[in-house]
Ligand binder design. Sequence first.
Ligand code: ZN
Ligand code: ZN
Length: 392
Amino acid sequence: MSGAATRPARAASAPTERPDGGAAETARAAKLARRLEELELDALLVDSLVDVRYLTGFTGSNALVLLVADAARARLGGHRFLSDFRYATQSAEQVPGVFAREIVQGELIEELASALAGDGGGRLGFEEASVSVKCHRRLAELLGRDWELVPCAGVVAGARAVKDAEEVARIRAASELADEALRTLLEAGLVGRSEREVAIELELCMRRLGAQAPSFPSIVAAGPRGALPHAEASDERIPADVLVTIDWGALHEGYCSDCTRTYATGEGVSARAREIYELVLRAQQRGLDALRAGPSGREVDARAREVIEQAGQGEHFGHGLGHGVGMEIHEAPRLARTAPEDQPLRAGNVVTVEPGVYLPGVLGVRIEELAVVREGGCEVLTGLPRELTVVS
Ligand code: ZN
Ligand code: ZN
């Protein structure tokens, strides 16, 4: 790696106008810049908008970030943020001063690569899951031989998986809002309403309580439809004496919540339904008991799955035990049979614990809590009762 000590001047950016100065984002960028040293990268191209938002606070729809390793700063300059003219004002308000802001006219990737081509070369990391083959080809063309393109997997996502106290507070607020919306919804009962009506009403409740949006389309599935883990709410009327699964969440201040409850719509639900419910609840408790910093997501999944397998229902629990939740509804880490064995859960991970048993054509039960992983245990954020409750 060689290169001149000076670099061409680029559009200077004014200090950020954010009241907090973007302290959290500035700290995140500094932490990741140190991580780049471990990965032996000079810089990392960040093209996923959610990763860009995590690093800069920018909420618009077109942006790129170049994170520069500490050792390469003298040569490459500081971190860069690129967007287009639509976001000149918004990015000035949102993006902290540690990023040199550049408002460019052409394709962001072309502008960045052309600028980097004159910077002497090095190792440039990119996210292998999000950079397309087309984009990779163009980067290689523009950067030339001095730059080595290094595929990376989840560098920013790995940092996002461990939440700080402020992020946990936002997820907790989203979760409390979602709990409150459900309580309001249930006051009007379930029997006789269509699944779709219930889903719409729940989403309205969340919006009225201050949510930006639902964190995903709500699932309301009654009776045999409950056996479809990702059923879309239909126009079917909810009958009495069946199980109804409701899976919903709120997006609040940029963070998601996720929860599932299965209710009985009358005391007349079958003994089989009650038995399956108790089984799923036991499995969930086992999962929550095993959830702490140290074991892998695969181990925690196995502890809960064991309960369902021992009851002979293993084949009816076809999905993973849980997933990370944060800026996105599904993010790292995963609690699943296929989760990596060598990646221990870490304090600050926020995950769901959501076992389910689905008897095709008959019924389904899923119970889902949202929890923060701590040293020695976990803290459940969901505030709703977990035992089988009758709502008619
Ligand atoms: Zn869910
Ligand atoms: Zn979930």
